[in-house]
Design a protein around this ligand. Structure first.
Ligand SMILES: *Cc1c(COP(=O)(O)O)cnc(C)c1O
Ligand SMILES: [Zn+2]
Length: 420
C-alpha cells in the first residue's frame, strides 16, 4: 500500500514518443533517443495533495515531495527552496510596471537555484543505489553537487570549464571532492561527461544520467510562487535560460497545479532571458525559427553560457505557443542591472540575475511583457559567486585618515558629487 508521504511518480516517459519506462537511471528513449521525464499519476494525487497537506510539510522544497520523484524516507536536504517571494515596489516603479515580484533564489544553501535540482537528483540517485555524485557544470551545479555529496559522505566528481570565476571554483573545491577543470567551454564539458557516463555507469551525473530527476527539482519554483501568492498564479514569469531545463519545468509545475485543481486560471506566460554573448534561444525566437543554431559562448554570465541547450527546442516551442519572448542583453547591461537590483531592492545577484533584470526591462520596453499584469522574475544566484565582475568598480567611496576632519572633508565631497 502507498504510504501517505510518498511520491505519485509512476515511471519515466519519453517527451517525444511517449514510450514509458520504469523508474531507473536512464535519460534517453530506446525507441527514438528522445529525452525522458518523470511521469506522475496526477488523477490519484487529486484530493490527496491539498493546500493543507502541503502546508503541513517542512519549510523547504520537500513540502512538495508528493509531486517529486521517490526519494525514500529522508531526502538529502541542506535546506533548498522555500525562498522568499518579495513584492518589488521600488524596482517595479522604476521599470514602470504595476505588480512586480522577485523570487529570491540567492537564498539557497549554496547560493543558487541549483540546490533544488541537486537535492532531488542525488536523493533519487541514493534510492537507485548510486554512491558517487558527479556532474557537468557551468559552476553553480558543481558547487551544489559537491556540497550535497559532502553532507552524506559521498565522493564527488564535478567537471567544469577551467576558466570559470575563481569564487565559483573555490566554493566547489572547499567541499573536498574531485574538481576537474576542462580546457574548453561547457559544451565540451558536457560531451566529455556523456562519454564518462558509459565508462562509469555507477556514477550519478546529476544532469546527465540522472537528468529526468534533476529537472523535476525546478518545478518547486512554480509550486512555491503559486503558494506564496496565496494559491494564485501570476500572469507572467521571467526566468534565465541556460540549458532551458528550469524554464520548461517551471512551466510544467504550473500546469501540474492546474491539473490538480490547486490553482485556478491559465498557466502564466513564460519569458526567457539570455546574455547576447550566448543567446541561441533568443536569436532563434526573434527569427521565428523552430530550431536554434548552437553558439560559442562569450559573456560574463558564465552560469548561463550553454551554447547548445539540451532543452532549447522545448523552450522555443513554449515561447511560440504562449506568445512569450526571450530577452538578449549585453554584458554592460548585465552589470548595470546587477547594480539596479541591489540599489532598488537590496538584493545582490550574480550575473544571471543581471541577465534576468535587464531582459525584463527590455521586454517591458518592447511591449511583449504587459506592464499592467503581474510579473514574477526569478533571481537564481547570489552575487558573491561572481564578485570578479564587480570588484574593480564597486569600491570604497573614499580612503581617509582616521580623523574627524578627514571624514568630514570626504563626506562634503560626496555630497557635492551627489548634488551634481
Ligand atoms: C543553471 C542556472 C540557471 C538555469 O539553468 P537551466 O540549465 O536553464 O536550467 C539559471 N541561473 C543560474 C544562476 C544557474 O546556475
Ligand atoms: Zn521516444
Amino acid at each position: 500500500m502507498k504510504k501517505e508521504t510518498m511520491s505519485f511518480a509512476t515511471g519515466l516517459i519519453c517527451r517525444e514518443c511517449s514510450t514509458t519506462y520504469e523508474i531507473a537511471a536512464r535519460y534517453s528513449c530506446d525507441e527514438c533517443f528522445g529525452p525522458l521525464e518523470v511521469a506522475y499519476d496526477l488523477e490519484a494525487a487529486k484530493g490527496k495533495v491539498t493546500h493543507e497537506s502541503i502546508a503541513a510539510g517542512p519549510g523547504s522544497m520537500w513540502r512538495y515531495r508528493d509531486l517529486l520523484p521517490e526519494v525514500g524516507e529522508n531526502p538529502i536536504d541542506l535546506g533548498a527552496g522555500w525562498t522568499p517571494l518579495r513584492r518589488a515596489h521600488r524596482l517595479g516603479a522604476i521599470l514602470g510596471v504595476k505588480e512586480l515580484w522577485l523570487k529570491d533564489d540567492t537564498r539557497n544553501p549554496t547560493g543558487s537555484f541549483k540546490d533544488r535540482v541537486v537535492s532531488v537528483a542525488l536523493s533519487a540517485a541514493r534510492e537507485l543505489g548510486f554512491t558517487t555524485a558527479a556532474c557537468a557544470s557551468t559552476g553553480n551545479l558543481a558547487t551544489s553537487v559537491a556540497a550535497h555529496a559532502a553532507s552524506i559522505g559521498w565522493p564527488s566528481v564535478t567537471i567544469i570549464p577551467s576558466d570559470l570565476e575563481k569564487s565559483k571554483i573555490a566554493m566547489t573545491a572547499i567541499f573536498g571532492g574531485t574538481v576537474l577543470g576542462v580546457e574548453g567551454n561547457y559544451d565540451d564539458v558536457n560531451r566529455l561527461c556523456v562519454e564518462l557516463v558509459s565508462e562509469h555507469p555507477d556514477w550519478a551525473f546529476a544532469n546527465v544520467n540522472l537528468r529526468p530527476f534533476y529537472a523535476e527539482g525546478s518545478k518547486t519554483l512554480a509550486f512555491e510562487i503559486a503558494e506564496q501568492l496565496g494559491w494564485k498564479l501570476p500572469d507572467q514569469v521571467v526566468v534565465p535560460v541556460a540549458s532551458g531545463s528550469q524554464f520548461t519545468k517551471v512551466s510544467k509545475g504550473f500546469n501540474e497545479l492546474i491539473t490538480l485543481g490547486l490553482v485556478e486560471g491559465d498557466s502564466p506566460v513564460m519569458f526567457g532571458s539570455q546574455a547576447t554573448g550566448c543567446s541561441p534561444i533568443a536569436t532563434a525566437h526573434t527569427k521565428g525559427d523552430e530550431i536554434f543554431t548552437p553558439q560559442r559562448p562569450n559573456t560574463i554570465a558564465r552560469s548561463l553560457a550553454i551554447g547548445n541547450p539540451a532543452d532549447g527546442i522545448y523552450v522555443l516551442d513554449k515561447l511560440r505557443q504562449q506568445g512569450g519572448d526571450c530577452g538578449s542583453v549585453s554584458d554592460p547591461e548585465i552589470l548595470e542591472c546587477i547594480e539596479l537590483l541591489a540599489r532598488s531592492e537590496g538584493i545582490f545577484a550574480e550575473t544571471a540575475g543581471g541577465v534576468t533584470i535587464a531582459s525584463l526591462r527590455q521586454m517591458i520596453e518592447r511591449g511583449t511583457i504587459d506592464r499592467n499584469k503581474s510579473i514574477v522574475a526569478v533571481i537564481s544566484g547570489h552575487g558573491l559567486k561572481t564578485l570578479d565582475v564587480i570588484v574593480d568598480s564597486a569600491t570604497v567611496s573614499a580612503t581617509i585618515r582616521p580623523t574627524l576632519e578627514s571624514a568630514q572633508d570626504a563626506l562634503t565631497l560626496q555630497e557635492m558629487a551627489a548634488a551634481q
